[in-house]
Design a protein around this ligand. Structure first.
Ligand code: NIG
Ligand code: FE
Length: 416
């Protein structure tokens, strides 16, 4: 089965060279083709080009073909969301009110709210129910244009519940059309009973959780919340060494609350990405410049918690790539809407629409280790794309920040 999309007003994110990431000044140069066609063969992108260069012979051998006339509409590569916590139980809008009344994220966490509150809810929820709740969010983000997602554990905080979360992520991998990567985040917070003996919790992660997670092959990556009031650089160091031993590449929650050293420890262990990074200055940028690590901003969390904004422009000026992910979670970013994240990135971080498009597609694909398969319109890549409704320009897409402009979603070559 082939799908032929014709008369595309503008085909966005075309990359003949299939670069694995886009950085620095290149992020402002978005490759597009006006009045284009796109040919999908099975799961993959087979061909694309200008309408005027299209002829029936391009279709090749074909038994069935479905044609979509995209007049007035654009085609984008699907969003890749490289940082989420979408497996969680219930919600935390009570803390939302507390925050509005003036309590900080750290104060809420200290009172047993925050991540520990989600851990309690998750403990009381069965694996089947957890899967049902998470799948509602999966369907929501698919309709919002996401085609690949990274999902973290981290609301279990004991071996059994961490495994429960990771098994739910595995089931999502097996049953949803999304491309899913899973991350073990046992080091998300200290359970109350370890408050006075945090290193014993670190021991539990290293000696019990990581070996069991690895034995069941439940995690692609390992994450630590390395920040003020959470895990220290020394503790992060130990956990990352243990995870790497089992083949889990690091992705770090770093410098959200302070200049915590999280970026440097991430770079030291060749993290795929360091995320949040609100507290980033020259020395952190320098560390990132000599690395393979993707700096990832989470504009939804910074918006929702009223945090300072990560210096995206300075990073790009220094020649770094920047990625944008949603951080979809019940505490600091209860939205996985990547189009909205793009709008936040443009307004709050002064990123150009072109930069925001690369940041939320190819660069987040890199931050999930899959940029050879998705993240751009390139021959041979997986056909994860969406067709917009009629829009005048691609800049209109992040500009109209409250409008749902996604009309048709195609994942792995299937029209959903
Ligand atoms: O990425 N910063 C740490 N963890 C999450 C928040 C999780 C929560 O509050 O439930 C984050 O923002
Ligand atoms: Fe997070």
């Amino acid at each position: 089965m082939k799908i032929l999309i014709t008369n595309i007003k503008e085909l966005i994110g075309v990359d003949d060279k299939a670069r694995l990431l886009v950085k620095g000044a290149d992020m402002a140069n978005l490759n597009t083709i006006k009045n284009a066609y796109l040919l999908i063969n099975g799961e993959l992108i087979e061909d694309y080009g200008k309408m005027e260069d299209f002829s029936e012979s391009k279709l090749g051998d074909v038994d069935a073909i479905q044609e979509i006339d995209a007049s007035g509409r654009m085609v984008f590569p699907s969003f890749c969301d490289s940082h989420t916590h979408i497996v969680y139980a219930g919600s935390r809008e009570i803390e939302y009110s507390d925050k509005i009344r003036g309590l900080s994220y750290e104060e809420i966490a200290k009172r047993g709210g925050g991540i520990l509150n989600s851990a309690k809810l998750l403990h009381e929820t069965s694996e089947a129910e957890l899967y049902e709740q998470a799948m509602q969010r999966v369907h929501e983000i698919i309709s919002q244009g996401t085609g690949a997602v990274e999902i973290k554990s981290g609301y279990g905080l004991n071996t059994e519940d961490e495994l429960k979360m990771l098994r739910v992520i595995k089931k999502i991998k097996e049953t949803s059309p999304l491309i899913v990567k899973s991350t073990f985040l046992g080091a998300h917070a200290f359970p109350a009973e370890y408050k006075e003996k945090p290193d014993e919790y670190v021991d539990l992660i290293i000696n019990e959780m990581i070996p069991q997670v690895a034995a069941e092959e439940l995690a692609d990556f390992i994450d630590v919340f390395c920040d003020k009031g959470f895990f220290t650089v020394e503790q992060t160091d130990r956990i990352l060494i243990a995870g790497i031993k089992y083949g889990m590449r690091p992705k770090i929650h770093a410098n959200e609350l302070a200049k915590s050293g999280g970026i440097q420890v991430g770079v030291k262990y060749d993290a795929l990405s360091v995320d949040h990074i609100e507290y980033t200055e020259e020395e952190e940028i320098k560390a990132l410049l000599n690395s393979e690590t993707m700096p990832t901003i989470l504009p939804g969390a910074a918006f929702f918690l009223n945090m300072p904004y990560s210096p995206a422009r300075e990073m790009m000026k220094a020649g770094l790539p920047v990625a944008i992910a949603s951080d979809y979670n019940p505490g600091s970013s209860p939205s996985g809407n990547m189009k909205l994240m793009m709008s936040f990135a443009c307004v709050n971080y002064k990123m150009l629409p072109e930069e925001a498009i690369y940041a939320s597609t190819i660069n987040t694909a890199y931050a999930m280790g899959i940029s050879d398969k998705v993240g751009s319109i390139s021959k041979g890549k997986i056909a994860n794309v969406f067709i917009t409704s009629e829009i005048p320009t691609y800049q209109f897409f992040p500009y109209a920040y409250g409008s749902d402009l996604i009309d048709t979603v195609i994942l792995r070559g299937i029209i959903l």
